[in-house]
Design a protein. Structure first.
Length: 406
């Protein structure tokens, strides 16, 4: 034996340890194993990036498989095909001879086929008197059968990576849209800040996207854009909150500190009309649009929020609203988003909305954005908490109160 080569009855070819490994694996196929050859081919196509294969190599592999007479590759059948280069070229979309040989070598190196060389280097088969092939020289498809499970796992891995990349790209698109809208609104309305410089940072971050191909690179771009968006939101929130002068609005945002009083009206912004109306106890409040639903009903629909109440329990509306502030912060809902919900829905309904969002947190990607969307719909009269609570009651297997079913 000479270094780098091995001399066998099948000819003298360059030999590497990887090729030896592939031959060992192909020789150890489980007895009786049988797999659809085109399923293996599809898995190989999906996993081509992991094996460093190009489309022309896969076209050659398809051509080789077409010379195998059966649909399935079977352990106990002849798995050697022996087409001439001219026949292979014709079935591989007419690629040139040099390109054909190059891609055959790539398939061998990738461990998808093995060479079975004849003494004179030609490909042919010798049949017995009964017409059954006794010996064949050409390309063995045994590695495909031996590695069918591995190729399926590789194909699944590539599919998962593509799905992940798609999700990251979608998030990037949403984040880019949010930043663009925020910058445009800030410039148009004259918000304080160096918005030209911020826009330059945004343009530079978007430009780096063109060179991001791998999932890790895309995730880095997403993190950069998300950080920029958060900085812009914080700047605008600071400016908008600083303009608020209504003391009742401040009390709505800070109602945990006002726990000494039992009056619900101290925890919510009140209009002049409301200030002139008599106080109504929580137990007597009807479940009607613009007012809170019965607390017991809310807790049956949204049991998760109970652990965030004072001493780990909720027994009155003040406890629910205190828990909502804790949960609001935990979910990443901004103070301004919650304040706006309090102003539009009322603090009781805003707390109920937070409880509902907590119950569905695993299905809501942006709780803050979701609450703002609900608030806008409520302002237009297009949203009511009733259907949401009813759906949660049904999901939790609780009976729906007849009086509140509408």
């Amino acid at each position: 034996m000479q270094s780098g080569y091995v001399t066998t009855p099948f000819g003298r070819r360059p030999m590497t340890l990887a090729l030896v490994k592939n031959q060992f694996e192909a020789a150890n196929i489980k007895r009786g194993k049988s797999v659809d050859k085109w399923k293996i081919y599809r898995d190989a196509c999906d996993a081509r990036s992991l094996m460093g294969l190009r489309d022309r190599a896969l076209a050659v592999l398809s051509a080789l498989l077409s010379f195998h007479p059966e649909v399935e590759l079977k352990e106990d059948a002849n798995l050697i095909v022996f087409p001439s280069n001219a026949q292979l070229s014709a079935r591989a979309n007419g690629i040139a001879g040099t390109t054909l040989r190059e891609n055959l070598s790539l398939l061998v190196q990738a461990g998808l086929i093995n060479r079975q060389d004849s003494p004179n280097g030609k490909r042919y088969a010798r049949k017995g008197r009964d017409g059954v092939i006794e010996t064949a020289y050409g390309f063995s498809l045994a590695p495909l059968l031996a590695r069918s499970e591995e190729l399926a796992r590789m194909a699944q891995q590539v599919a998962e990576e593509r799905r992940h990349q798609k999700i990251v790209r979608e998030r990037i698109s949403i984040t880019r849209r949010d930043i663009r809208k925020l910058i445009s609104a800030a410039m148009e309305e004259g918000a304080a800040g160096d918005w030209s410089l911020i826009e330059d940072h945004y343009v530079a971050a978007v430009a780096r996207l063109r060179f991001a191909k791998q999932a890790t690179e895309l995730e880095g771009c997403l993190d950069e854009l998300a950080l920029l968006r958060d900085e812009i939101v914080n700047m605008l929130e600071d400016q908008l909150i600083s303009k608020k002068s209504d003391t009742n609005d401040v009390e709505c945002r800070q109602h945990i500190q006002n726990s000494k009083s039992d009056s619900i009206h101290e925890l919510e912004p009140s209009s002049k009309k409301e200030q002139g109306e008599p106080s109504v106890s929580n137990r007597e409040r009807p479940a009607e649009p613009g007012r809170a639903f019965p607390l017991s009903m809310v807790l049956r629909a949204c049991p998760e929020i109970g652990m965030y109440g004072p001493d780990g329990a909720i027994s009155r509306w003040r406890d629910l609203m205190a828990a909502a502030v804790v949960v609001r912060s935990m979910l990443g809902v901004s103070p301004s988003a919650y304040q706006e919900a309090c102003e539009t829905m009322g603090p009781e309904n805003a707390a109920v909305a937070i409880a509902c969002i907590l119950e569905r947190a695993g299905h809501i990607s942006s709780p803050g954005g979701y609450l703002r969307d609900l608030t806008r719909k409520a302002a237009r009269g297009e949203f009511s908490l009733g259907p949401m609570l009813m759906a949660l009651l049904r999901a939790n297997g609780k009976a729906v109160p007849v009086g509140n079913a509408g």
